[in-house]
Design a protein around this ligand. Structure first.
Ligand code: ZN
Length: 509
């Protein structure tokens, strides 16, 4: 019987957010260890309210297929909503717990580690490579397989520290379990001596391109199809194209491609190279420009029939909480209040101070207060409102939540991250999307799937915030960056970024 440890530490950081991510953000969202983790990933749900089965559940599926030979060894799983970078203490606590549990679990023959790949930590460069090196320090030469979100930023240090790195192949992401299963199969095959994975990667000085970057639409569809074909034909074990989270302050930021092959380094090199060229060809296809709030409201007003048949969805593209924004922006709210009269509108804002002020008030009471603009006061100002406190709720993840009626607006104020991407965000507090003209979400892609029954028209709205695409242009990069700067080609930077890293053995510090 061989033993394979598994763990997750995952959060996507937006380095422009002034709200740091702390240990309670993980512990309140998803934090499991040992047998409780094994039970959750075996029977499900892996992450209640989000995933019956995600990466670790997929890993367990791969193990079940070889259960006479492999014993899964649960360490820990910690996931927090996208947000600002982790504080150093938070990161080091998680790091210590991971390493301690790996040591305490006795000798293992291999490990699967699920990371986001775009996690930032205040005061620690490339923190996920540091995690890998720490884990490697305990594992020694035993196989280490890693999975990433396709918005991850890859570095040579990460490639050096693991045996195989695989990423999601869907955007919006819907293959979490599949990727965990693929990572598991590679880890199992390697542990049992059936596989010898080799990796190749390429990186491009590019943070935006590929149009809307959806895997099943142009212009990225051909790239994803190429990866699927290479895997289906058995040319490689896994192929990945990583399109980065652009608000990541690693100076060596950029799209990358990875191929993992069984023993055949040349095959891996060929595919990574081909995928990189395909991405570079698509660099000039930028994400679409979004209308401002007034234009968006006018469009929603004009969509009379669509509003009757369902609702108009507005994605607050400047304050996308699932991409790490604070969720306290008042720009769109202010416009909706002033200009969307007569249109029943559901919207959300994160404001722990407002919750504190409202919590002692009775349902049905008239209230007057300022909301929003408290977590990131640089980017939006508090909005004074007067309305009625409709209801109060205690919720998992969103924490204490109040619903206010303010003229035509139904405003959901949350204490925790305002991760508005599923209908349940509103239905759980008594707001049916069937009764709304406009429903606001703070999400880029997944809401399109979740709101399918209600959504009759989608409008992405740009105001001003941490998830504006060009907000990333204020970051510092290790050279010219497409599309901010003219970049003549990708090979020089690729060579530099893939230069061998110094062997590191002393990351216990
Ligand atoms: Zn992602």
């Amino acid at each position: 019987m061989r033993r394979i440890a598994f763990a997750r530490i995952a959060q996507e950081s937006n380095s422009l957010s002034p709200v740091p991510t702390e240990l309670p953000d993980f512990e309140r969202s998803h934090y499991l260890a040992g047998q409780a983790l094994l039970a959750a990933v075996t029977k499900g749900p892996e992450v209640p309210g989000f995933f019956k089965r995600a990466e670790l559940g997929g890993f367990i599926q791969a193990v079940s297929a070889r259960k006479a030979e492999i014993e899964p060894v649960p360490l820990l799983s910690a996931w927090a909503s996208s947000g600002g970078p982790l504080s150093k203490e938070c990161f080091e606590t998680l790091e210590e717990r991971l390493v301690e549990q790996l040591r305490a679990s006795g000798p293992v023959d291999g490990m699967y580690l699920c990371l986001h790949g775009a996690m930032g930590v205040h005061g620690v460069a490339d923190p996920e490579s540091r995690l890998l090196r720490r884990v490697r320090g305990v594992l020694g030469g035993a196989p280490l397989v890693v999975s990433h979100d396709l918005h991850a930023n890859v570095t040579q240090a990460r490639i050096d520290a693991c045996d195989a790195l695989v990423a999601y192949q869907t955007n919006p992401h819907r293959d979490h379990a599949k990727i965990g299963k693929k990572a598991g199969a590679i880890a199992i095959g390697t542990v049992l001596g059936e596989l010898r994975p080799v990796m190749a990667w390429r990186t491009l000085p590019m943070i935006l391109g590929g149009g809307n970057t959806i895997d099943f639409l142009r212009p990225m569809r051909a790239v994803f199809k190429r990866m699927h074909r290479a895997e289906a034909r058995g040319d490689v074990l896994a192929a990945s194209t990583l399109m980065v989270h652009p608000w990541n302050d690693d100076p060596a930021l950029g799209w990358s491609t990875i191929a993992v092959a069984d023993k055949d380094q040349a095959a891996a090199e060929r595919l990574a190279e081909e995928l990189a060229e395909m991405c570079w060809e698509r660099r000039h296809q930028q994400p679409p420009a979004f209308p401002g709030a007034s234009e968006a409201i006018a469009k929603a007003r004009a969509a009379r029939v669509r509003r009757k048949l369902g609702c108009v969805m507005m994605a607050d593209a400047s304050d996308v909480v699932t991409a790490g924004a604070p969720g306290d922006s008042t720009h769109l709210l202010r416009a909706l209040l002033a200009e969307a009269n007569g249109l029943v509108t559901y919207a959300a804002v994160r404001d722990p101070q407002a919750i504190e002020a409202l919590w002692s008030r009775a349902e049905g009471e008239a209230v007057e207060l300022s909301i929003g603009g408290t977590l990131d006061p640089q980017r939006s100002a508090p909005l004074p409102i007067s309305g009625t406190l409709v209801s109060k709720h205690e919720r998992h993840g969103f924490l204490r939540t109040c619903v206010l009626a303010v003229e035509h607006l139904r405003l959901v104020i949350t204490e925790g991250p305002a991760m508005v991407m599923r209908p349940s965000f509103y239905t759980e507090v008594g707001l049916s999307p069937w009764k709304a003209d406009i429903v606001v979400v703070k999400n880029f892609f997944p809401f399109l799937l979740f709101f399918l029954p209600y959504n009759r028209k989608t409008i992405f709205v740009r105001t001003q915030g941490t998830t504006d695409f060009d907000a990333a242009f204020q970051l510092t990069f290790d050279g010219p960056m497409h599309p901010r700067d003219p970049v003549s080609g990708w090979r020089d930077r690729d060579q530099k970024r893939r230069a061998p890293t110094a062997p590191v053995a002393d990351h216990a510090a």
